[in-house]
Design a protein around this ligand. Structure first.
Ligand code: HEM
Ligand SMILES: *[C@@H]1O[C@H](CO)[C@@H](O)[C@H](O)[C@H]1NC(C)=O
Ligand SMILES: *[C@@H]1O[C@H](CO)[C@@H](O)[C@H](O)[C@H]1NC(C)=O
Ligand SMILES: *[C@@H]1O[C@H](CO)[C@@H](O)[C@H](O)[C@H]1NC(C)=O
Ligand SMILES: *[C@@H]1O[C@H](CO)[C@@H](O)[C@H](O)[C@H]1NC(C)=O
Ligand SMILES: *[C@@H]1O[C@H](CO)[C@@H](O)[C@H](O)[C@H]1NC(C)=O
Ligand SMILES: *[C@@H]1O[C@H](CO)[C@@H](O)[C@H](O)[C@H]1NC(C)=O
Ligand SMILES: *[C@@H]1O[C@H](CO)[C@@H](O)[C@H](O)[C@H]1NC(C)=O
Ligand SMILES: *[C@@H]1O[C@H](CO)[C@@H](O)[C@H](O)[C@H]1NC(C)=O
Ligand SMILES: *[C@@H]1O[C@H](CO)[C@@H](O)[C@H](O)[C@H]1NC(C)=O
Ligand SMILES: CC(=O)N[C@H]1CO[C@H](CO)[C@@H](O)[C@@H]1O
Length: 321
């Protein structure tokens, strides 16, 4: 085989690999149609994060929920209507917030280039930029070119968002249904290095694990005692607990160190240690975690996307055109 043929094979293979990673998404899709789009998103996001340090966790989780229900099509942003209960109003799973920030970013982008930049792309960029603020640089690449969906159903959120009581098999299946691997599952769960969980999402582990008033034996007993002082009963639905007690605002690989000490907050966190301990051990390192996170986010950000002429570019993220 001569060099030219090798080159052709290489180019074709890279094309196929690129296809698998991002589908028809591209780097800086709006370069010609709205050159300042990504800069505006970053600026407005950073302005908000500078006065709300809890925002990165909100937007990162919102992007995840968007991608897992009908793909990353901005459907999580749609409001309920008289005849439809939208994803964002699916009962407790969600406790999502930050929609007002997305609306504000969208308004700034619309002012510059009306009807060009999708809400789905804005959410993907804002999730990246909000987490990146503390590093003063972009922590992962976001390909763009997503279009906005027009359908948002609460029932689909309940069916597609993995539950905190899921075991490893269920988590693996949930991610596989989005063409994401066990490696993606463990890497993306590292998002739980920032943010909070409500007591009712894990208090069964403290008070009634098997229905006999018992505690989850896989939860660090010392830590369980501490958690019981925060969540004093099974029916507390309002108190929140940080998931990374040492540095709940800092985006780092602490999550994996926490898992190793059996202090993962949800059963789904603890399940990773039993189901994929080798990956947990591997990721307990900032550089390794950041590198892998960037790749898995690219894969999650391409799940079931609408591109080309599919869907629409919403004028307002909360309502279809
Ligand atoms: C693997 C399955 C997952 C399960 C079962 C799960 C479950 C949960 C639950 C129950 C909460 C607490 C919500 C609350 O009580 O307010 C939470 C918070 C959070 N999750 Fe996950 N999650 C998973 C994966 C992910 C992924 C893939 C991401 C992002 C890529 C993510 C990002 C977050 C963030 C940032 C928070 C904190 C939100 C806040 O502070 O308001 N999670 N997750
Ligand atoms: C974004 O913010 C930077 C720094 O404050 C500023 O120089 C730049 O002009 C802003 N860009 C846009 C498009 O607003
Ligand atoms: C839902 O209601 C809107 C008006 O609020 C209407 O335009 C739309 O056709 C209705 N959709 C269905 C499926 O009934
Ligand atoms: C953030 O990065 C910009 C450009 O990369 C640089 O000009 C600025 O000094 C940095 N700010 C801080 C606080 O390091
Ligand atoms: C995981 O949960 C499912 C549903 O509750 C159950 O059928 C399955 O046996 C569990 N798997 C393991 C390995 O515990
Ligand atoms: C997963 O990949 C298969 C085969 O390429 C494709 O048919 C399916 O639509 C993909 N599913 C998702 C959720 O991306
Ligand atoms: C614990 O779970 C069992 C079985 O589901 C239930 O009968 C019991 O009422 C629960 N205890 C409390 C305090 O909720
Ligand atoms: C919560 O549960 C405790 C018992 O665990 C009970 O005494 C209390 O009345 C419950 N509170 C509410 C608001 O249901
Ligand atoms: C439980 O947590 C303590 C620190 O709070 C730690 O020293 C211990 O090793 C942990 N136990 C297990 C089984 O990981
Ligand atoms: C969606 O609902 C929120 C909260 O009720 C509201 O603030 C926002 O203006 C609505 N968006 C649209 C486009 O109607
Ligand atoms: C994923 C998740 O937490 N699902 C829950 C959403 O809320 C319904 C109704 O309370 C629960 O049954 C689901 O388990």
């Amino acid at each position: 085989m001569n060099v030219n043929i090798l080159l052709v094979v290489f180019v074709v293979l890279s094309g196929i690999l690129g296809e698998c990673q991002g589908g028809q998404l591209r780097k800086n899709f709006y370069r010609k149609t709205c050159p300042l789009a990504e800069e505006i998103v970053q600026n407005v996001t950073w302005n908000h994060v500078s006065t709300n340090q809890f925002l990165p966790a909100k937007l990162l989780r919102m992007h995840f929920h968007d991608c897992f229900v009908r793909g990353c099509d901005g459907s999580v942003l749609l409001n309920s209507t008289a005849n439809n209960t939208a994803e964002k109003d699916a009962i407790p799973n969600l406790s999502l917030s930050g929609f007002d920030v997305i609306d504000d970013i969208k308004a700034s982008v619309e002012k510059k280039c009306p009807g060009v930049v999708s809400c789905a792309d804005i959410l993907a960029l804002a999730a990246r930029d909000s987490v990146s603020f503390q590093f003063n640089k972009s922590m992962w690449e976001v390909l763009t070119g997503r279009r906005d969906g027009t359908i948002s159903r609460a029932r689909e959120a309940l069916l597609n968002i993995p539950a905190p009581v899921f075991n490893f098999t269920q988590l693996k299946q949930s991610f596989a249904s989005k063409n994401l691997t066990v490696h993606d599952l463990v890497v993306l769960s590292g998002s739980h290095t920032i943010g909070v969980g409500h007591c009712n999402t894990f208090s069964n582990r403290l008070y009634n694990f098997t229905g006999k008033g018992d505690q989850d034996p896989s939860l660090n007993a010392t830590y369980a005692q501490f958690l019981k002082t925060k969540c004093t009963s099974l029916n507390d639905t309002t108190t929140t607990v940080v998931m990374d007690p040492g540095s709940s605002l800092k985006f780092d690989s602490d999550y994996y160190a926490i898992l190793k000490q059996h202090k993962g907050l949800f059963q789904s966190d603890a399940a990773l240690l039993t189901g994929a301990s080798n990956i947990v051990l591997e990721l307990d390192d900032n550089n390794k975690f950041f590198t892998e996170f960037a790749q898995s986010m690219k894969r999650m950000g391409a799940v079931e996307i609408l591109t080309g002429t599919a869907g629409e570019i919403r004028k307002k993220c909360g309502v279809v055109n």
